[in-house]
Design a protein around this ligand. Structure first.
Ligand code: PLP
Length: 771
């Protein structure tokens, strides 16, 4: 903590802003990173942020996300990150180092252990991008116990009250995330920045502030330095590393930093042979080669060389034109390929958010947690827009006129969906069951809804909400394409602009649905980042949403994400369970004994289960995607095989490595191929209100085949998991008992996948369709 304070004090005494530089640990290689840290210091950096890589960095732009992906591919672990600091200290690094990252890897490592090990390695503090305020206060207290600093983040949209609180917990400096509007080549500041800094200074009690945004040139640095005590540069350093020749990254970074600061700390220079950039070298020239675990910068000499600073501009985002589609062979035209938007990410998000005061929202609006799960693990930027959404949704759900409007679209949606007994399926189950056993199986036919699945319930509800909030554009993510199709449909119906983000791999797998969305007038953007699947589509949609918050609503497709999304989605999907209750009472005179649903993110399950949650006699069974088996690495059974963590802004069960990195998932059904799950389902699991099992790809195929052949209903592959799970459950229940399967979708979209998979899966289950 002291080291950071001294670094800012030194810069102040020299009448210049402090330079705070960022790089990602393990990029471009683990071995080079200590040299990169030394190079930053040599080029005049006063404080260093070392990014600990994470698979799903929702607050970062594509440059830093790309560095994260590369670092993880290089095998960078939390232990490596600490060793990088240790090595750099051994080699003479004096600048204070802050670890900057996301909460999940920290949770996985263990907070206590992390603080102990970080202290020993020579780390000075932490910046946690997605820690909600209440946890930040707790974590900061923990940091203080170890003499480490916790640096809070402040955004342009941060309210006065919140700013006061955040400034109050700052012990070394405050990270102000803003964005500069550059006009021409002069690097003029946006008018908002001085006013923002004025507000920060009002509450900071003399604690310095450093401004982070897309700074790339000396001119920007000087301009920003006029209103703040420090300036943060991140993406441009990563770009410098990326563009450098192999092995010359450190040298390039030193030159770049020098171009910004026009000062050097020569004792650790990587340039002109003053010190080798070889991190194993350890030999230092210059004033001091002693290890400096305190990171207090002692021994620094600042002097300006006469060289002219280099002007390095920020790279523009890449957009790729769409190609011709041919859905018959799986190639389909998309409107853009998103490599994301460049820039500081977090800054972009914050700039866009100038909504209401979160402190004015009623904390009792609706619970944000389900037991320990739920919450809002999002960058400060998102807090206000989530508060706006929560308020808007709360008003809507308490307004009878809103529900009247929702119901007025039932004819369009084909609601209520029918419910009937599956006679031949019931008989089939009884053949394999003990005498007297084999429950009656009923089907709740969400597959008969307009667009072919339950997704339309949520899409209609949310578009009505969006209109109430005055939004004119809709964005959505999709995996299998069903939610994308439902969203594109309602956008066509209501005349709203629609953009759907879809992982590039899913675009390939679900090309027919891409074509359907385009037929409906939506733009489809293929997301090339990360694993190129649903989770990357969610990341990208979240980023895009905060950039255009004033005009845009994000229709999230499952009961996932930060509060209030899981509650919003569950509320609109509860039509499934509510109708089931009424229809079963009418048909059988009593409640069902069990209800069953497949679980991807959990929206059809939450919609079926929630209305029965207080009916203790009704068993709730969720069936997840077991892929090749939950004991293998290839499955998507989050509740069965995952552990609590944080993904996409919410605390819930997550499929993750021991390091807290989100793992790649597999399922034969794209709609269940997701490493997280709705927090309400996690709550039901831990309270044992619901039970969750997994069906493998082969078992799902059995369910698919049986429902097709015995009931004349081709179910979606997602739904087929629930069919199999229900058959197993029915066998264990009495003939007098009744169970209801949520038939979440129809299988037309999956016919091609089934044909492709049959040669592999068919022989395992004795299903041969060759003519
Ligand atoms: C037919 C169908 N069922 C289920 C799901 C899984 O989603 P959730 O768990 O949110 O209901 C999907 C997702 O695409 C789907 O298309």
């Amino acid at each position: 903590m002291e080291g950071i304070k001294k670094a800012f004090a030194r810069a102040k005494s020299e009448s210049r802003p402090a330079l705070v530089t960022y790089t990602t640990a393990g990029y471009p290689t683990i071995a080079e990173t200590p040299a990169v840290l030394l190079a930053m210091e040599a080029g005049g950096a006063d404080v260093i942020e070392l990014g600990t890589p994470f698979t799903d960095p929702i607050a970062d732009g594509p440059t830093i996300q790309g560095a994260n992906t590369q670092a993880l591919a290089n095998g960078t672990t939390t232990t490596n990150c600490l060793n990088i600091v240790r090595d750099a200290r051994k080699q003479g690094l004096r600048a204070p180092v802050l670890l900057m990252g996301y909460y999940n890897p920290l949770m996985a490592y263990g907070e206590e252990r992390m603080l102990q090990d970080a202290k020993k390695a020579g780390v000075n503090g932490f910046i946690m991008v997605d820690l909600p305020p209440e946890e930040a206060v707790r974590f900061r207290q923990h940091c203080i116990n170890y003499g480490l600093s916790y640096v809070p983040l402040i955004a342009p949209a941060t309210s006065e009250k919140r700013m006061k609180t955040l400034c109050g917990i700052a012990d070394s400096f405050i990270y102000v995330v803003s964005r500069m509007g550059v006009t021409g080549a002069t690097g003029a500041l946006s008018t908002g920045l001085p006013a923002l800094l004025e507000r920060v200074h009002k509450y900071s009690g003399g604690v310095p502030a450093a401004v982070g945004f897309g700074v790339s040139t000396r001119e920007h640095f000087v301009e920003v330095g006029k209103v703040s005590e420090g300036v943060v540069i991140g993406s441009q350093i990563i770009t410098t590393l990326r563009q450098a020749n192999a092995g010359e990254g450190a040298k390039a970074v030193e030159e770049y930093c020098y171009g910004i600061t026009q000062r050097r700390n020569p004792q650790v220079s990587q340039v002109d042979g003053q010190n080798g950039s070889d991190s194993t070298n350890g030999g230092m020239s210059g004033i001091s080669t002693d290890a400096n675990p305190g990171g207090d910068g002692s021994g620094w000499i600042s002097h300006a060389h006469g060289e002219a600073p280099k002007d390095i501009s920020t790279a523009d985002p890449t957009k790729q034109p769409a190609s011709e589609s041919d859905p018959t062979n799986g190639t389909v035209h998309v409107d853009a390929v998103s490599h994301g938007t460049d820039g500081p990410g977090l800054a972009d998000q914050l700039e866009a958010l100038n909504t209401g005061d979160p402190d004015e929202t009623d904390p009792e609006l609706m619970p944000s947690r389900f037991g320990e799960f739920g919450g809002q693990y999002v960058p400060e930027s998102l807090m206000d827009c989530l508060a706006e959404l929560e308020k808007g949704f709360d008003d809507a759900r308490n307004d009878p006129a809103f529900w009247e409007e929702f119901r007025s679209y039932y004819p369009y949606m084909s609601r209520p969906s029918s419910l009937h007994r599956a006679d031949r399926l019931t008989e089939h189950v009884r053949k394999d069951a003990k005498p007297g056993m084999g429950a009656n199986i009923y089907l709740k036919r969400e597959d008969l809804n307009h667009t072919g699945s339950h997704k339309i319930n949520n899409a209609i509800g949310q578009i009505l909400l969006a209109r109430r909030l005055g939004k004119t554009e809709i964005i959505a993510e999709t995996g299998a394409g069903q939610h994308g199709v439902a969203t594109a449909t309602v956008c066509a119906r209501f005349g709203l602009k629609c953009t759907v983000f879809m992982g590039a791999e899913d675009v390939r797998r679900q090309s027919l649905n891409v074509f359907r969305m385009k037929l409906l007038g939506a733009s489809v953007v293929a997301v090339e980042a990360g694993s190129r699947t649903l989770r990357d589509a969610v990341n990208e949609a979240l980023r895009k949403w905060v950039e255009r918050l004033d005009t845009t609503h994000y229709i999230i497709g499952s009961a996932i994400g930060p509060h209030p999304f899981p509650t919003i989605v569950r509320t609109f999907q509860s039509v499934i369970g509510n109708e089931t209750k009424e229809q079963m009472l009418e048909l059988t005179g009593r409640l069902p004994d069990a209800v069953i649903a497949c679980v991807g993110g959990g929206s059809n399950a939450a919609g079926m289960f929630a209305p029965f949650a207080n009916d203790a006699s009704v068993k709730l069974l969720g069936v997840e995607a077991g892929g090749d088996g939950v004991d293998t690495a290839r499955h998507s059974a989050t509740l069965s095989g995952g552990k609590p963590g944080v993904l996409h802004g919410v605390r819930t069960y997550v499929l993750q490595s021991a390091e807290g990195q989100i793992t790649d998932t597999h399922s034969v059904s794209a709609g269940l191929d997701y490493p997280g799950v709705g927090p309400e389902l996690s709550g039901w699991k831990d309270s044992e209100r619901a039970k969750f099992v997994a069906a493998t790809d082969s078992e799902a195929f059995i369910g698919f085949r049986i429902l097709s052949e015995l009931e004349g209903i081709i179910p979606a592959l997602e739904t087929s998991h629930a069919v199999f799970g229900a058959m197993e459950l029915a066998k264990t229940m009495k003939e007098s008992e009744n169970i209801v399967i949520c038939l979440s979708g129809r299988g037309d979209k999956d016919v091609q996948s089934v044909a492709e998979e049959l040669p592999t899966i068919g022989p395992k289950i004795g299903w041969d369709l060759r003519f």
